[in-house]
Design a protein around this ligand. Structure first.
Ligand code: NFS
Length: 672
């Protein structure tokens, strides 16, 4: 990116609502992540993972050929150490979220959690049955208590295997055993990752990367999967619902409360409290029409997917929403919360309210959340926001907001393809086999102010849809697509290729399926597993014509997700800079680890990780991989010409024809 003086709002973001807020920030003389990123040139040594600051003899920067750290650590050891530490942090973040969910489930099962109920008993029974927890003639709370105990035990387990691993395809489980990467306990792998990277420990990069895989698997097939399961059990497994996205969801005449972060335990209770008559009356007594709730980041996805609560935006919208001047309170819990919010909010009346016992920000108001008295805390938070309404000054809310239909859980996809009586992935597998759907792309992950907001994400999505690639999305990427109108159901079908269009029309789905938060990337794992188990597309995930992409990634969680997807057999493409890119022109072998993530991991796991900056190259590689996997499965070559008219579309065409032409079209009888 060019320097600040050359930057225009449209260079920072393709979102016109965001552009307006960037202009407002400039007029008010306020900095944002966009301007801070353009002011601060990233360090190319740290950026390439070539700086080691793991002990007091350094920091050591390896910028010359043959150079080592003071301890003798080589470039590959240092890069691998930095990488695995990032994976450990990402895995820890997701897994600690899962742990909190498990404790909440335990409290609900024992009537100790105010305001929560078990909303999805069917999912509770299905999940419990995976682990042979008895379900017949038992109450939901009894089953939930056992499941909570089993899930809590996965974190501190010392030996054996994390129980959730058995939900992967059996061939994959065997491969993980052979390669020695089955996680033993969720916490143990993260602790060991930190131990191994202490000065003077593991100094063989391949051995370090093997443990990176084990640590990431403890996330994807451990902590994150626990989080998704319990969120569905407590708050309901998502199904399609109408929602809206972008800053235009904020209201002039209501108290605007934006929830931001990740854990649905808080946001779901704020939703419940905002609809409480006592709270609505209190808001009215202060001159507002009520409380208008919206979300940022993954907590937005959690409440959007389940209740249709609007999303004010993705990661880079957190500051922009405050810049509207219309937000009475931003309520945050954990992860992806910028410290800049507090200083920014000082220019307006917005209260930043931290709620997690793990996260405080200097200068913010702290109202600690406790699931045992969740509804009371949620009401207290909302009352603080309502009291702040009278302090609102001049506002500037952009009008942009787009409708969307999120809520495509694994269970709902199963149902929508076959209905209640014959729920099945068969139609999806058949559509891939016939070539109507060329393959599947999971386009996920963050915003990053180092690249134009939403641009890479939506560019890649749009191009792949035209190539008949079915797209599933999560996280901030899904909100990017929502803002750009890709999640609109059949209204978006003019943007897709003929075969995919036919499938979407027949089944009644949008071409981009919003599957939830980043923790819910586990839904993509379980969908891929069910595709394999349905048959016809190989017997393991690495054979499915599918690719994962995170075009605008920035967080350590994204690296952990990418790594567990690779270990599960997927080809994963990250956009932007690689955290271990080398400087081969200056330091020989500085890209050895980078190559290992690609070729080395592909040899071991059938999946590979690559960092690609050019979006057209991302698309080319995705299609090349999908076509290669199709060929290996012996599927027909992708030929879009043969498709394009679903049964419905065909019937409409036929109805519009004169009767003789209709006979000719139907039976090949010449009209004369
Ligand atoms: Ni994912 Fe969610 Fe967004 Fe990136 Fe942050 S919110 S967990 S990490 S920025 S997608």
């Amino acid at each position: 990116m060019t320097k600040k003086k050359d930057m225009r709002p449209e260079d920072f973001t393709i979102d016109t609502a965001a552009q307006k807020m960037i202009i407002r920030a400039e007029e008010l003389g306020i900095g944002t992540a966009f301007t801070r990123a353009s002011d601060m040139v990233p360090c190319n040594i740290g950026g390439a993972g070539m700086c080691c600051k793991l002990c007091g003899m350094g920091p050591c920067r390896l910028t010359k050929d043959g150079q080592t750290g003071v301890c003798g650590a080589t470039i590959d050891t240092i890069q691998a150490r930095n990488f695995i530490r990032a994976i450990a942090a990402g895995s820890a973040a997701h897994s600690d979220h899962g742990r909190d969910m498990a404790f909440t489930l335990k409290a609900v099962a024992n009537d100790e959690a105010e305001g929560y109920v078990i909303r999805d008993v069917a999912k509770l029974r299905t999940v419990a049955a995976y682990y042979d927890i008895p379900i017949e003639d038992r109450s939901p709370k009894e089953i939930a208590n056992d499941l909570a105990d089993l899930y809590i035990a996965q974190f501190g387990q010392q030996k054996g295997e994390v129980a959730l691993v058995k939900r992967a395809p059996s061939k994959r489980q065997k491969l993980w055993k052979e390669t020695g990467v089955v996680p033993r306990g969720v916490d143990r792998e993260t602790v060991e990752a930190l131990h191994r990277t202490h000065i003077g420990d593991d100094q063989d990069y391949k051995h370090l990367m093997q443990h990176a895989v084990r640590t990431a698997l403890a996330d994807g097939w451990g902590g994150s999967l626990i989080a998704t399961d319990i969120s569905d059990i407590l708050f309901g497994t998502p199904a399609p619902v109408l929602g809206q996205a972008n800053l235009g969801v904020l209201r002039e005449d209501m108290v605007n409360v934006v929830v931001h972060g990740h854990e649905p335990t808080l946001s779901q209770m704020v939703v419940a409290a905002s609809q409480d008559p006592e709270i609505i009356e209190y808001a009215k007594s202060k001159g507002a029409k009520g409380v208008n709730l919206s979300g940022i980041c993954c907590t937005a996805n959690e409440i959007l997917m389940r209740q249709g609560i609007p999303a004010a935006g993705n990661f880079l919208h957190q500051e922009l929403s405050i810049l509207t001047g219309a937000v009475e309170a931003m309520v945050v819990d954990v992860q992806c919360i910028m410290q800049a919010l507090v200083m920014l909010a000082e220019n307006f009346h917005t209260k930043i309210i931290t709620t997690s016992p793990k996260v405080k920000i200097k200068g913010a108001t702290h109202i600690e959340f406790d699931e045992h008295r969740a509804l009371s805390v949620a009401k207290e938070i909302l009352k603080a926001a309502i009291d702040n309404y009278e302090n609102r000054g001049k506002t500037s809310i952009p009008h942009e907001r787009e409708d969307l239909i999120p809520g495509f859980s694994h269970e709902y996809i199963n149902y929508m393809l076959g209905g209640s009586y014959r729920a099945s992935f068969r139609p999806l597998n058949d559509a891939v086999i016939s070539g109507r759907i060329r393959g599947v792309a999971a386009i996920v992950g963050c915003n990053n102010p180092r690249s134009k907001q939403d641009y890479l994400h939506t560019y890649v999505t749009e191009k792949l849809l035209k190539e008949d690639v079915l797209v599933v999305e999560t996280g901030c990427g899904a909100i990017a697509s929502a803002k750009l109108g890709f999640l609109l159901g059949e209204a978006g079908l003019n943007k897709v290729g003929p075969g995919l269009k036919e499938v979407c029309e027949t089944v009644g789905i949008p071409p981009v399926l919003h599957m939830g938060s980043c923790v819910d990337n586990t839904r993509i794992l379980t969908v891929l597993t069910q595709i394999v188990e349905e048959g016809g597309l190989g017997d393991d995930i690495d054979q499915v014509p599918a690719v994962g992409l995170a075009p605008e990634w920035m967080s350590e969680k994204a690296l952990s997700i990418g790594t567990y997807c690779v270990a599960s057999g997927a080809y994963v493409i990250f956009g932007g800079a690689s955290p271990i890119s080398g400087m081969p022109d200056r330091v020989a072998d500085s890209d050895e680890v980078l190559h290992y993530l690609s070729e080395g991991w592909e040899e071991l796991y059938g999946g590979k990780m690559e960092f690609i900056q050019d979006p057209d190259e991302m698309i080319r590689l995705t299609l090349e991989h999908i076509d290669k996997k199709r060929a290996e499965l012996g599927l027909p070559e992708y030929k879009p010409e043969g498709f394009g008219r679903s049964g419905d579309a065909r019937m409409l065409e036929l109805e519009a024809m004169p009767v003789f032409d209709r006979r000719a079209a139907l039976y090949g009888v010449a009209a004369n």
